[in-house]
Design a protein around this ligand. Structure first.
Ligand SMILES: CC(C)(COP(=O)(O)OP(=O)(O)OC[C@H]1O[C@@H](n2cnc3c(N)ncnc32)[C@H](O)[C@@H]1OP(=O)(O)O)[C@@H](O)C(=O)NCCC(=O)NCCS
Length: 333
């Protein structure tokens, strides 16, 4: 396991939070909930069919002590939640659609977070990204001042000279395809806040481009500088600079030539990409060519942390997401 995840588990254990796992009928999810509980990183809640969960646990020799099970066939307060969902969607869903939606595991789990019955949810081992993201957007909602759900990656590089001991945050490599100025500003500010939550330190945020400080002229560069101004206005306490090329952001020698005086160039630990093409390509290249470990994509921007998973995930990935969310909750203001 990486040093980063060691740090996450150590912090999570100090103040575990309530994590609801809506996909409780999934074997990997049951394993993750059992391990989260036995490691002391979370108080786990499983939504599913109690007989199925008990059978799976018995078959694998797992102990379910300390884990709450919510029966998907007999969901508490369902009628109240259906009405609340209907009201929230303001005419965009009929009462029948609200009832159909609220009976679904991931929406019910998100509603539990909304109602303060859980602190975070981890789903997506079974549900599609569309369902997980809609549940997050509709029911948990965004942080004050933020309108955009986005995602980030923690990149852990073998070369410890980059970022914070080889740790860099990349955004957005997984969700917002072609951000507007406002969305790019949201992604920037949100990733800065996420870095603070998880690392407990101040981020140095570079807004990347193919140009450094006006070295080229193009509408795409203007988009980055407009988003930079918006991001600085949204959170003046963050150390952000742009537009910067990746080498100027990361290497002090290049920074000294291309961006002298920049508060970020040469020491960036958060890289903001102008669109999903560049963010997704960059994380995969870093993973393969630099032999980095990539953790994510992890959702950010919601009022409470929550996670989407890949449907090909393993129990360890689910457990890691839960632990990361616990630490983000501890660090959130
Ligand atoms: C989130 C998503 C599932 C919603 O899709 P949809 O329900 O078909 O319809 P829309 O895109 O119109 O969005 C529905 C609602 O979500 C909101 N929304 C969409 N994307 C959002 C985002 N990034 N942050 C916050 N809200 C968002 C819309 O404003 C809309 O709100 P409203 O219904 O209250 O007006 C869709 O936008 C999506 O799939 N996004 C991810 C894009 C993607 O595939 N990324 C790459 C993954 S590798």
């Amino acid at each position: 396991m990486s040093t980063f995840m060691d740090m996450v588990y150590e912090k999570a254990r100090k103040s575990p939070k309530r994590v609801v796992f809506p996909e409780g009928n999934d074997d990997r999810t049951i394993e993750a909930a059992v391990k989260a509980t036995s490691l002391g990183v979370a108080k786990a809640i499983l939504i599913g069919t109690p007989s199925k969960i008990n059978e799976t646990a018995a078959g694998k020799g797992f102990h379910l002590e300390g884990i709450d099970i919510i029966d998907i066939g007999n969901l508490p307060n369902l009628d109240v939640y259906i009405k609340e969902f209907f009201d929230l969607r303001k005419g965009k869903a009929t009462m029948e659609e609200a009832a159909e939606t609220m009976k679904k595991d991931v929406y019910y789990g998100a509603m539990m977070v909304r109602k303060g019955l859980a602190d975070t949810f981890v789903a997506g081992a079974v549900n599609t990204t569309a369902n997980v993201s809609r549940a997050a957007i509709y029911l948990i909602g965004m942080k004050p001042g933020i309108k955009t759900l986005s995602s980030f990656f923690v990149m852990i590089l073998p070369d410890k000279t980059f970022g914070k001991d080889g740790i860099l945050f990349y955004a957005d490599g997984g969700f917002v395809i072609d951000p507007t100025d406002e969305q790019l500003a949201d992604i920037t500010v949100t990733t800065g806040a996420t870095y603070r939550e998880l690392m407990g330190e101040e981020p140095n945020i570079a807004m990347l481009s193919f140009s450094t400080k006006g070295s080229s002229k193009h509408e795409r560069i203007d988009k980055v500088t407009r988003a930079l101004a918006l991001a600085k206005a949204k959170d003046p306490s963050l150390n952000i600079d742009g537009e910067l090329q990746a080498d100027a952001a990361l290497l002090p020698s290049v920074a000294a030539r291309k961006a002298p005086g920049s508060p970020v160039a040469g020491k960036a630990n958060v890289l903001i990409f102008p669109d999903l093409d560049s963010g997704n390509i960059a994380y995969k290249l870093t993973e393969r060519l630099a032999k980095a470990e990539a953790l994510g994509p992890i959702y950010q921007g919601t009022a409470k942390p929550c996670s989407d998973l890949s449907r090909g995930c393993k129990a360890t990935d689910i457990l890691n997401c839960a632990a990361i969310n616990v630490v983000r909750l501890q660090g959130s203001k």
